[in-house]
Structures are given as C-alpha cells and as structure tokens.
Design a protein around this ligand. Structure first.
Ligand code: MN
Length: 717
C-alpha cells in the first residue's frame, strides 16, 4: 500500500538543514517523536500508520523551504484534533508560537466548509480570521489538504466527491489567491479527476492526439525563442510546460472555445535577470511574431496584491499556432511560484529577502481591515468574490445568496430561483430600480423578479440567458410552444409540395410518409418539416417513390423565407450571415423591408426595446440553392498547394467561393477571409469540419461581427 517509505527524523532535519543551516534540529526531532507517540495505534483509511500523514505534510512544506515553526506545526497539526494533546500540552513542550499555529490549523479543520452559501460565507470569515493571525496556518492547512487529496483514492466514493467539491470551491481558489499556483493546479486537477473523470479522460485523450500531431512542439518553440534572444544578446532561460487538464477545461468553459488552440495547452516562461531585460525581451518577441490583440498584460508595472509580477503576452508562432508567454525576473519567478509562502522561505541559508515578496502583514491587514467592520454581504463581496472572480453573487429580497456566472442576466437569476419564476418573469427590480431583463447582474445587488400570469418564455431570451439552467428551461418550453406553430408550417409546406406533383397532402398520405420514414405520426413529420429538418422531396419520395420531383421544385429566393408579408423584401444581416437551417428572426426597417438575423446574433441587443419591429420568420424547409454567402476566417500554413487544396475541397462540397482576401501574410502562414456560398448551415458545418481536419489549416471559423453593417443582398418576395 505504502508508495513512499516514510522518512526518519534525521532525514527530515537534513532536508531542512540543506536550505536552512540554522535549523533547530532539537525542535524538529521532538515534534517528530511527539507526533509519532501521540498518533501511535491510529491508522489511515489506506491502512497506513496515521503518522505517515503529518510527516508527508511536513515534507510538502520543506519542499517550499519553510521555517522550522511551520515544519514543526505540520508534524503536530492533527495532535489536538485527533489525540489527547491540547493547547496547554503543546505550549508547554513547544512554546507559544507553535501552539498557536497548531491550534489555528485545528480550528480550520473543525470548520464545516460545505453547506449553504450563507453558511459558507460565515465560515470564510472564520477562515480569514484564523488566517489573519498567521498565514502559516493556511500554508499548513493547504498542505494538509494537498496530501489528503493525493491519497484520496483510499476514501469511499461518497466522501471522495464531497472532499473534491470542497477542494475545488475553497482550497484551490485559496491557494491561487495566495499565489501558490502549482498547488492550486494540483488540487484542482485531483479534484477534477474525482468530480468529472470522463471529461478529464477525454481531454487527456485529445491532448495526446494533439501532442502527436504537434510533435516536439515545446522544444521547437523553445529553441525558436532562444534563438531570437541570443541574436538580441539577452540572457534568459526559456521554460515550456504543458498545462493541466483542469486549467485547459476551465479556459474552454470560460472562453467558449475549442480545444485545438495550442496556446491553451502549452505555456512558456522566459526568466531573466532584470526588469529592463523583461521589456527588451517583450520587444524582441513582438518584433519576431505577431501579437494576438487583447492578450497583453503588464503585471510588472501593476503587480497583483499577492506580489505577482510578470508580463503576459500571446503571439502567433510557428505555423500560426498561438503561443502564450510569461516574462519575468528570477525574483519575480520565485514569488510567482511560491506566492505568499515566499515570505517565510529560505534561500541560500538565509530568510529570503525577495524584493517582490508580498508583505504578508500589509496584505493581510488590507483583507482584515475590510471584513472587520463589514456586514455579512459586504464581506462576501470583498473576500469570497475575489476568490471566485468568475462568479457573481447577488441576493433575493429575503437575503438569500444566489451564485451566478459572471455576465449572468436577470433571466438567469429568475431561473436560478425557480423554473416557474423564470417562465413567468417580465422584469425585475435591482436594488429597488426597475430594469429590463437583459441587464447583467453585478456583485452584491439585490434582485426582485416581477412575474406576470400568462407570460411565456420568448425566443430572444435564449440570446439573453447565460446559464445552462435557464437556457435549457427556455428551450424546453419553446419547444412545446413551437410544436403547434411548426405543425402549421409543416402542413403548408407539405401541401404545396404535393400540389406541385398534382397530388393532395391528405392525412393518410402524410401518415404513410411518416411510417415509411420511421417517424411516429404525421404530426412529427410536419414538425420536422416546419423546422427544416426534413425536406419535401423526401416526403414525396416516401409516398410516391416512382414520381421524381419536378425540376425547379427547389426553393427560390422569392419563397426562401416564410412569415413575410407578400410584398415585403428581405435581406440577410451582414453581421451574422444566417443560413437556412438556423433559427432566425426578422427586424423591420421602414422602406428597406426586413433584415434577417440569426436568433443568437449579438447585434439584436440594439432592438431589444423595440419589440414591434421583431418579425417571426422561418427559413423555407425545402432544399435551397447554394447562394447564401458566409465569411470564413482561416489561418493556413504557407506550403505550396494549400490554397489549391482548400479550393478543391470547397468545390467538392458543392459550395462556391465568391470572394477571397488575404488579410495577413507572414513567412510561414496566411490569414484569409473567404466568402463561401452555401445551401444551408449543415453544408457549412460539414465544410468547416473538413477544413479543420486539413493539417495545413491552423484555424478556421465562421466570422461573426456585430459591427459589420447590414448589407447589400436585397431581394423581393
Ligand atoms: Mn491532517
């Protein structure tokens, strides 16, 4: 069972002595011996001696080069909680400092950090109170949790889950807040494996595939960078690393992006001697590679409160792959690695005097000053919120706390309270003021939802709601409401298709078609037709296999959109370029007709308060000609023949290229904007997937730009 043989007191003293020559070996030996005696006869879940645990915790802290008192506290951290030792006995044997530290850890252990939000807030308050006496208490507690997580497989599944959630919600963010990023990552990754083993597994799997494709990417990028720095005559060390599955996953969630971007898998650090060199390196890197806009951050001139300093940037490196870089000095690097712990750690035998290490007293007093006099809610706002930087906390009129993701709107809030309230909401009061439903919630606001009888979810809500809970509830409800509308539409489509071949779309004919196509009944058939999932041709074919549909039975521009008045012209919005098969909505323009947007187009926000201009419309469910242009953005490697292959691929998929622009050209890649004409959204997705597989295509995506003005495709119905 035991994987690592436990080290002896002598070995531990030697380990600490290596970084701290003035180690108090008597203290450490005594603490080791005392803990061993007190825990004698106790065992861990795994069957090991209990004593192996405090020793392992002490080792984690010794790796961080911490002082004697912290190491001794680690050895003793469970004696008050689990043995007959108490504050008095520890104080008598090891002195007041260590007794206070051990007592602090014990108090944290006794906190139940699970439970409701409000209760958690109270516990956080205690946590920070304890912390404010001595941050080393938290260092020991975090190391305790880390060892327990490393050995979590010994617990029953139920308990494992609870610990993992607690770790994810409290300890990992706490480690991050203290600047101990390695610990945050390890805690998160173990917890992730417990809570979502399948997600983690699939990320690892795709990770392996990408690694095989981008063979030796870390080494190649590292040597590219080293060459640039050498030529510039700057001395620096380049370190590349793979990110942990959980941080990749979190990024994918936050930014809603695919897995394929290498920048989200690899990270590079450039470590150098001086601040001047950091900026010089930044200059060289930006001279050599194109910087990705919006990714540059200067934490050297504006350090984080826990002392973190670094320059962050992302550039397009080899074959246009994104490469994320952090540039910092050695001192900054040390603080970045060990965070607040740097304050107590040793270097070359003396207490480290790192100019950048956060002054823990100041850092703490800034936190403490805030929560000492503040109310419960303010405390939540000030402390917990910083730890959950991606979350928004707000309150119901009764004072219950509701936790939502950043950017959540009032719709999300209403659905978070209850699905029924979500369905019926018409507006809300935020801090007593009446505001529209698409308003984003800010931290600490109090929200009262206003409901009305007879209100039902609206399609536009889907573009307003941010949380999965709200979105799925809205979709479910819309589906029920839509069914009757689709049936009507499907029946009309079927009727006209049957008429074209001189037949009648009787209930019997439609039932026959449904049976042949393996559908439940004619209603399901009509719904599918109405939604554009089933084409008229296949229904005719199911009933009259011998009659081939007439030439020209295709949808034309004139009848492409259903729901318009007979003389209404329409045009496709340039911002979202909607395609048949996508849910759409029309916005009326006087003299211009109707502009069609995709239902989730960001530009629709502009018309939010003009409901009278919104028109309910649908694409014709039949087979459209390939005549709807969509702008694709592509980054391709500059190998001979790539462009030719791409054009061939597009031609083979029966799509037309109507325009092609080279936006950017670098020695080893191009960026293109290509207008391609499609029949429907399915055809576009199929093509994008094909291009995505093409190894010389680094990135391909549909371009959506809410700022692109409504355009030129005028037509008449
Ligand atoms: Mn413990």
């Amino acid at each position: 069972m035991r994987s690592v043989p436990m080290i002896t007191a002598g070995e531990l003293v030697k380990l600490v002595g290596d970084y701290n020559p003035r180690v108090d070996s008597v203290l450490l030996r005594d603490a080791y011996q005392y803990s061993r005696e007190m825990h004698h006869g106790q065992y861990r879940r795994s069957g090991e001696d209990y004593f192996t645990h405090p020793v392992a915790v002490a080792l984690i802290l010794a790796e961080q080069k911490l002082d004697d008192a912290t190491i001794a506290t680690a050895l003793l951290h469970d004696t008050i909680e689990d043995t007959c030792a108490n504050y008095g006995t520890i104080e008598a044997k090891f002195g007041g400092e260590i007794a206070r530290l051990v007592d602090g850890v014990t108090k944290l252990t006794q906190l139940d950090l699970g439970g409701t939000e409000v209760r958690q807030a109270e516990n956080f308050r205690k946590l920070f109170m304890a912390m404010s006496e001595d941050l080393r208490v938290i260092l020991v507690k975090l190391s305790d949790r880390l060892h327990n997580m490393r050995t979590i497989k010994a617990l029953e599944p139920e308990k494992r889950k609870k610990k993992a959630v607690e770790t994810m919600e409290i300890y990992a963010p706490l480690a991050g807040r203290m600047g101990m990023h390695w610990m945050r990552e390890e805690l998160e990754d173990i917890a992730f494996e417990v809570t979502s083993p399948d997600v983690r597994e699939s990320i690892m799997h795709r990770f392996d595939i990408l690694k095989a494709e981008a063979e030796d990417m870390i080494n190649r990028i590292t040597s590219d960078m080293q060459k640039v720095l050498e030529e510039a005559g700057i001395e620096a060390q380049v370190i590349g690393r793979e990110k942990k599955p959980y941080s990749i996953w979190r990024k994918m969630q936050e930014k809603n992006i695919g897995f394929a971007r290498l920048s989200d898998i690899y990270g590079f650090r450039v470590i150098t001697g001086s601040v001047n060199d950091c900026y010089a390196i930044l200059g060289e890197i930006h001279r050599q590679w194109r910087a990705v806009p919006g990714r540059f951050k200067d934490y050297i001139s504006q350090p984080k409160s826990n002392g973190y300093r670094s320059i962050h940037t992302t550039v397009l490196g080899r074959a246009a792959k994104r490469v994320e870089m952090q540039i910092r000095t050695r001192d900054m690097h040390e603080v970045a690695e060990s965070g607040v712990a740097a304050h107590w750690s040793y270097r070359d035998g003396v207490k480290a005097e790192n100019p950048y290490s956060a002054d823990s007293t100041l850092w703490l007093s800034s936190l403490r000053g805030r929560f000492d006099e503040e109310s419960h809610e303010d405390f939540l706002e000030a402390v917990k919120l910083e730890m959950y930087a991606d979350k928004v906390f707000c309150f119901t009129p009764k004072g219950d706390v509701v936790k939502l993701p950043q950017g959540a709107t009032l719709i999300d809030f209403a659905y978070a309270i209850h699905t029924r309230i979500g369905h019926a909401c018409v507006g809300a009061k935020v801090d007593g003021m009446l505001v529209p439903l698409w308003t984003q919630i800010k931290n600490g606001q109090s929200v009262e939802v206003i409901t009305a009888e007879g209100q039902t979810p609206q399609e536009v809500w889907l573009s307003i709601a941010k949380t999965g809970k709200a979105r799925s509830a809205i979709k479910r409800s819309l589906k029920d409401l839509d069914r009757s509308r689709y049936i009507k539409l499907g029946r009309a489509l079927a009727r006209s298709a049957f008429e074209q071949i001189g037949k009648r779309a009787s209930d019997r004919a439609l039932d026959t078609a449904a049976r042949t196509l393996g559908l439940e009944d004619r209603y399901e058939l009509m719904v599918r037709m109405g939604r554009g999932e089933l084409y008229a041709d296949s229904i005719l074919n199911a009933v009259y296999p011998d009659i081939s549909p007439k030439e020209g039975s295709e949808v034309s521009w004139a009848n492409a959109v259903i729901g318009l008045e007979t003389d209404q012209r329409f045009e496709r919005a340039r911002c979202c370029q909607p395609l048949p098969g996508e849910r759409i909505v029309g916005i009326m323009f006087r003299g211009k007709g109707v502009v069609i947007h995709a239902i989730d187009c960001d530009a629709l926000v502009e018309y939010e308060n003009q409901p009278e201009r919104w028109v309910d419309i649908y694409w014709h469910g039949g087979k459209h000609p390939a005549s709807y242009a969509v702008t694709l953005e592509m980054t391709i490697g500059n190998d001979s023949g790539v462009l030719g292959r791409i054009c061939t691929l597009i031609g083979e998929r029966k799509a037309n290229i109507s325009d092609l622009k080279i936006v950017d050209r670098k020695p080893d890649f191009y960026r293109l904007e290509m207008d391609v004409e499609f029949r429907d959204v399915e055809q576009m997705h199929a093509l994008i997937s094909l291009l995505d597989i093409e190894s010389n295509v680094a990135e391909v995506a549909r371009s959506r730009d809410p700022k692109r003005v409504a355009g030129s495709e005028i037509s008449h119905a």
